[in-house]
Design a protein around this ligand. Structure first.
Ligand code: ATP
Ligand code: MG
Length: 254
C-alpha cells in the first residue's frame, strides 16, 4: 500500500518513484536505473508531464511499424520491468512480439528477478536467458552486445524503452529498425533511433497498445503511409520547441 495521498501535487511522479524503489528492493532495478529515472524526471517536468502532440505522432508511427514488422522484439530491462511489466506482456500479446530480457549492467540474479516479474504478469516465453542461444551484435563493447539468436539477433524491429546510446547505435548498425521511449529528446538514443517516443513510458506504453489495436484493422498500404509521413528528426525538433515554449510561458509567470 502506498503512503502517498492522491491529492499530493506530485502524486503520480512519487508513485513511479515508489515502483522503482520497490523494484530496487526486490533486485530488479540497478542503482544506475534509479539515476536514469532521475534524468528522465527532469525532462518530464520540462515537458509538462503530459503526452504532447509529437509524442502522439511518434506513438502512431511506432504502432504502424510494429504492425508491419516480421519479427518484432521488445527488449526489457530492470526499470521497464518495475514500471510496466503488465503493459509489456499486453503489447507482446497484441502484436505478436517476442520479449527479451537484456541488461546493460548484466547480472544473472537480476535477470532472474525480471523474468519472475514478467512471468507473474502473464508472459509465457521470455528470451535472453538461454545460454545455448546466445549471439553477439558487432560494434559494441559492453555485455549488451550479447542477444538471443531467436530474438533481437533475428528481429527486424526492436522496441527498446530507456535504452543506452551505444546499444541503440549498435542495433542500427546491425540493420535493425529501432523504436525507443526516452524522455530526453537530446540523448544519443533519441537521436539515433528510427522512431523516438519522447514521453514517460508509464503514460506512453498504454497509448502504444491502444494504437496497435486500432491499426491492426488497417491494410499494409495505410500503415506504410503513416510511416512515410513520419519524420523522426522533425518530430524531435518539435519536441525541443515544445520544451522551449513551456519554458517561455513559465519565464513570463515567474
Ligand atoms: P544516451 O546514452 O542515450 O545518450 P543517457 O546516457 O543520457 O542517454 P541513460 O542513463 O543511458 O541516459 O538512459 C536513461 C534514459 O532513459 C534517459 O535519457 C532518461 O531520459 C530516460 N528515462 C528514464 N526514465 C524514463 C521513463 N520513465 N520514461 C521515459 N524515459 C525515461
Ligand atoms: Mg547512456
Amino acid at each position: 500500500m502506498s503512503l502517498i495521498p492522491k491529492s499530493h501535487p506530485r502524486a503520480k511522479s512519487l508513485l513511479i518513484r515508489e515502483k522503482l524503489v520497490f523494484g530496487f528492493d526486490h533486485g530488479l532495478v540497478a542503482k544506475e536505473g534509479l539515476l536514469a529515472q532521475g534524468r528522465g524526471e527532469a525532462f518530464d517536468y520540462l515537458l509538462g508531464e503530459k503526452t504532447g502532440k509529437p509524442a502522439k505522432l511518434a506513438i502512431k508511427a511506432a504502432a504502424a511499424q510494429i504492425m508491419l514488422a516480421e519479427l518484432p522484439v521488445i527488449s526489457v530491462n530492470g526499470n521497464i520491468a518495475a514500471l510496466c511489466a503488465k503493459e509489456i506482456v499486453r503489447l507482446a500479446k497484441q502484436t505478436g512480439s517476442k520479449i527479451e530480457v537484456n541488461l546493460f549492467y548484466s547480472n544473472e540474479k537480476r535477470k532472474n528477478a525480471i523474468v519472475k516479474t514478467l512471468k507473474k504478469s502473464g508472459a509465457k516465453v521470455i528470451l535472453g536467458t538461454n545460454f545455448s542461444t546466445k549471439a553477439a551484435l558487432s560494434g559494441i563493447d559492453s555485455a549488451r552486445r550479447i542477444v538471443d539468436k531467436n530474438g533481437i539477433f533475428s528481429s527486424d524491429v526492436v522496441i527498446v524503452p530507456l535504452e543506452d546510446g551505444d546499444r541503440t547505435l549498435a542495433l542500427r548498425k546491425a540493420g535493425k529498425i529501432v523504436i525507443t521511449f526516452d524522455l530526453n529528446p537530446l540523448s544519443r538514443t533519441s537521436q539515433t533511433a528510427n522512431i523516438t517516443i519522447v514521453d514517460n513510458v508509464t503514460r506512453a506504453m498504454d497509448l502504444l497498445i491502444k494504437n496497435c489495436k486500432k491499426l491492426s484493422k488497417k491494410n499494409e498500404k495505410t500503415l506504410e503511409k503513416i510511416l512515410r509521413d513520419f519524420d523522426n528528426k522533425k518530430n524531435l525538433s518539435d519536441t525541443i520547441n515544445e520544451i522551449k515554449n513551456n519554458l517561455t510561458k513559465r519565464s513570463r509567470n515567474a
